[in-house]
Design a protein around this ligand. Structure first.
Ligand SMILES: Cc1ncc(COP(=O)(O)O)c(C=O)c1O
Length: 394
C-alpha cells in the first residue's frame, strides 16, 4: 500500500494541538459588521479590518450591483491581455489623485501589490533595508527579488542608518517600512526614514495597508499624516481593509507604474478584478471624500476602547491606531483569552507564533466606526471578567 508522503504534516498539526495553538476557522454567517454572527453565535466583532464599516455601506453596494448588471461578473483575463477594463483605469486615476501621485496601479490584493513590487523593482545585486516587523508580503517580495535583505530592529532609525552607512554609495537600496504595523498598531517612523532615504539615496517605500482610510486627510494614509508627500517613492495601499472590498495598489511616478505594468508578476500573470469589486472601490473613495464622519467615529471609538483596556490594566503595547493588542506573552493564554471572550459574546482573535514572536502572543482588537458605545462597553466588561478569571489583570 502507498505510504502517505504528507504524513509529516499530521505530526506538525498534532504538535500545534498539544501547544493549544491549533485554530478552527471561525465561520462568519452574517454580513461583516461590528455586531456579527460567527459560528452561529452573535458577537461584538473586534476582529475585522473593516475600519469604516464600508463592507455594507449602501453606496458601495449599489455601485457593485450596477457594475454587475452593466459589466458582468468577471474580467476574463489578466490585465496585459484582455483584462483591462475602462473601470480599472478609472480606479487607478482616482487612486493617484487620492494619494497625490502621478499614477497608480491596482493589484489583486495588498499582498500581491507588495510582493509583486518589491520583487520586480529590485534584483540580486541590490539591498533591501527592512523593519523587522514589516508585513509578510514585503518579506516574501524581498526573498523573491534575491536582493540582500538587511533587517533593522523595529522602528530603530539609528540602526537603519548604521546599516546604510556601511553600504557603498553606489549600491542600489530600498528602505521599507509599514505605515501602521498590523500586529502592534504603532506607526513607522516616516520622517526619520525619509531623511535617511534622502541622505543615502534610497528608494523609499511605505506599506500603508492599515493607514489608508484611517490616517491623514480623508484617509490618505501615513504619508499624508506625516506630511511626507513627494518623499516616498513607492506607496502601497490595500482596498481590502478600510476600503471594504478587495485589492491592493501602488502609487508613485508614471515610470514606476509603467514599469510595474511590464514587470510585476501578479499583474502579468493573474486575472484582474471583477468590475463589481473595482466599482465598489471607486464608491469607497467617494465616501472617504464626502463622508468624513466615518473617520471621526472610528477615532472616537478608538480612544474610548483603548482607554478602557488600559484602565483595566491590560498591556496594550505601543499602539497609536485603531489596532489595539492585548498582549499576554504566552500563546496558549492568548488562545484561552480569545476563546473565553467568544463564549462571553466578544470576538477578538488570538494571535501567536509565527504571526508574532513566541513571547509576544496576544489577542488583537480592532474597533470600527460602526461600533456603538454600548457594544464597546459590553466588550470592555467581558475583557474585565475574563482577564481577572485568567489572572491576566488583578
Ligand atoms: C501591513 C499589511 N500589508 C499588506 C497586507 C495585505 O493586504 P491584503 O489583505 O489586501 O492582501 C496586510 C493584510 O493583512 C497588512 O496587514
Amino acid at each position: 500500500m502507498r505510504q502517505n508522503p504528507l504524513a509529516y504534516l499530521d505530526a506538525e498539526l498534532t504538535a500545534l494541538r498539544e501547544q493549544g495553538l491549533f485554530r478552527q476557522l471561525r465561520i462568519l454567517d452574517s454580513e461583516q459588521k461590528a455586531h456579527a454572527s460567527f459560528d452561529h453565535a452573535s458577537v461584538v466583532n473586534l476582529s475585522s479590518n473593516n475600519y469604516l464599516g464600508l463592507t455594507t455601506h449602501p453606496r458601495l453596494r449599489e455601485r457593485a450591483e450596477q457594475a454587475l448588471r452593466d459589466l458582468g461578473v468577471g474580467s476574463g483575463s489578466v490585465r496585459t491581455i484582455a483584462g483591462t477594463m475602462a473601470i480599472h483605469m478609472e480606479l487607478e486615476r482616482r487612486l493617484a489623485t487620492f494619494k497625490k501621485t502621478e499614477a497608480a496601479v491596482v493589484f489583486q490584493s495588498g499582498f500581491t501589490a507588495n510582493a509583486g513590487t518589491v520583487s520586480s523593482i529590485l534584483g540580486r545585486e541590490d539591498v533591501i533595508v527592512s523593519d523587522e516587523l514589516n508585513h509578510a508580503s514585503i518579506i516574501d517580495g524581498a526573498r523573491l527579488s534575491r536582493a540582500t535583505i538587511k533587517v533593522f530592529p523595529h522602528r530603530d532609525v539609528d540602526a537603519a542608518r548604521s546599516i546604510l552607512k556601511a553600504l557603498p554609495a553606489s549600491q542600489r537600496k530600498l528602505l521599507i517600512t509599514d505605515g501602521v504595523f498590523s500586529m502592534d498598531g504603532d506607526l513607522g517612523p516616516l520622517p526619520g526614514l525619509c531623511d535617511l532615504a534622502d541622505e543615502f539615496g534610497c528608494v523609499m517605500m511605505v506599506d500603508d495597508a492599515h493607514a489608508s482610510g484611517v490616517f491623514g486627510k480623508n484617509g490618505r494614509g501615513t504619508v499624508d499624516h506625516f506630511g511626507m508627500h513627494g518623499r516616498v517613492d513607492v506607496q502601497v495601499g490595500t482596498l481590502s481593509k478600510a476600503i471594504g472590498a478587495l485589492g491592493g495598489y501602488v502609487a508613485g511616478t508614471k515610470s514606476l507604474i509603467e514599469f510595474l505594468y511590464h514587470r510585476a508578476r501578479p499583474f502579468l500573470f493573474s486575472t484582474s478584478h471583477p468590475p463589481s469589486v473595482t466599482a465598489t472601490c471607486i464608491a469607497a473613495l467617494d465616501v472617504l471624500e464626502s463622508e468624513p464622519e466615518w473617520m471621526e467615529r472610528l477615532w472616537a471609538n478608538t480612544r474610548f476602547f483603548k482607554a478602557g483596556l488600559q484602565a483595566l490594566g491590560f498591556n496594550t503595547g505601543p499602539s497609536e491606531s485603531p489596532i489595539t493588542p492585548v498582549i499576554t506573552g504566552d500563546g496558549g493564554l492568548a488562545m484561552r483569552l480569545s476563546d473565553r471572550l467568544f463564549a462571553e459574546g466578544v470576538f477578538a482573535q488570538g494571535i501567536a507564533f509565527p504571526t508574532v514572536a513566541r513571547d509576544k502572543a496576544r489577542v488583537r482588537t480592532i474597533v470600527t466606526a460602526t461600533h456603538t458605545q454600548e457594544e464597546l462597553q459590553f466588550a470592555l466588561d467581558a475583557f474585565a471578567r475574563v482577564g481577572r478569571e485568567l489572572g491576566i489583570i488583578g
